[in-house]
Write a protein that binds this ligand. Structure first.
Ligand code: DGY
Length: 317
């Protein structure tokens, strides 16, 4: 069996994989170029891949021996999962191990947007820090306000837990009533008008692609913040830039954009009330090591024909 790993992972994990097959690794610090991925996939029985690798039908057609695709991420929108399943290829991902780190990060972004960290830091770095002023750099409160979470999966639930410590009321919009009993399931339209802070924590699906556009931002309070820790394409970024620029919403903090990286000349990058960080929600040492370990376990179990700890099961629908 041959396994292709599309980014460096800890040596001990490579050694584990080597017990089931021959391992090759792309260990540059940029994503593997498409032509190399296609060439390697053609020989591979297993792929341990990243969210930057497009696992589409072109690749699957070129990979007749492929039996397992194991992604080192929870989101699998870069993988054509139904096409994998229709070819008998098993798909693994890494939920749970990253939930708490992503939730920490989501709350950090909400606080940063509410308290205008980007503008404050720019003043310090650019030598514009004037004397203390009682009316300068005023933000909006987080404690005691209403948080609206769009998508109430593992991360949404973990954010809701943290929100309780800030004495926040939590609303959520999600296809299922999957939130804690302290949170109220509402329609997206109600969430938008009632929330002081709106956070997206939903997977990218055909239903969520472009979910936030002109109408949604206009429905929000002018004092509201917007946080996205899910996937960039859920948001119409031109609409977000306009809403921020026109003061239709107070501020935004984005962990994810479309595309990634977002070019520095993109209108969102220049907006003083928009903080953008480079898709680092799960980026702690402990969590990334746990994700790599789980992706490796999924891969090995799948190649051995055993139970994968986190497999995306084929749907019967
Ligand atoms: C994921 O896992 O899907 C995140 O976006 C990266 O950790």
């Amino acid at each position: 069996m041959r396994v292709y790993v599309t980014r460096a992972i800890p040596q001990r994990l490579c050694e584990n994989i080597a017990e089931v097959g021959e391992v090759q690794i792309w260990d540059e610090d940029v994503p593997v170029p498409r032509e190399i991925l296609l060439e390697k996939a053609a020989e591979a029985t297993g792929l341990l891949c990243m969210l930057t690798d497009e696992i589409d039908s072109e690749l699957l057609d070129a990979a007749p021996r492929l039996r397992v695709v194991s992604q080192m991420a929870v989101g699998v929108d870069n993988i054509d999962v139904p096409s994998c399943h229709s070819r008998g290829i098993r798909v693994g991902h890494t939920p749970d191990v990253l939930t708490e780190s992503v939730a920490d990060h989501a709350v950090a972004l909400m606080l940063a947007a509410a308290r205008r960290f980007r503008e404050g830091m720019a003043e310090v770095v650019e030598g514009r820090w004037g004397s203390w002023d009682p009316w300068h750099q005023l933000g909006v409160d987080v404690h005691g306000t209403t948080l609206g979470i769009v998508g109430m999966g593992r991360v949404g639930n973990a954010v809701a837990t943290r929100a309780a410590a800030f004495n926040m009321d939590v609303l959520y919009a999600s296809p299922r009533q999957s939130g804690p009993s302290s949170a109220r399931h509402v329609a997206l339209s109600e969430l938008l008008t009632a929330s002081d802070h709106v956070m997206v924590a939903a997977p990218l699906t055909p239903e969520t692609r472009g979910l936030f556009g002109v109408r949604e931002f206009r429905a929000m309070k002018p004092t509201a913040t917007f946080v996205n820790v899910a996937r960039g394409p859920i948001v119409n970024q031109a609409a977000l830039a306009e809403a921020l620029d026109a003061g239709e919403i107070f501020g935004a903090a984005l962990d994810v954009t479309d595309p990634e990286p977002l070019p520095p000349e993109h209108p969102l990058v220049g907006l003083r009330n928009c903080l953008i960080v480079p898709h680092i929600g799960s980026a702690t040492v402990r969590t990334r090591e746990a994700m790599a370990a789980l992706a490796t376990e999924n891969l090995i179990a799948g190649l051995r024909g055993g139970r994968m700890p986190s497999e995306i099961e084929p749907t019967t629908a």
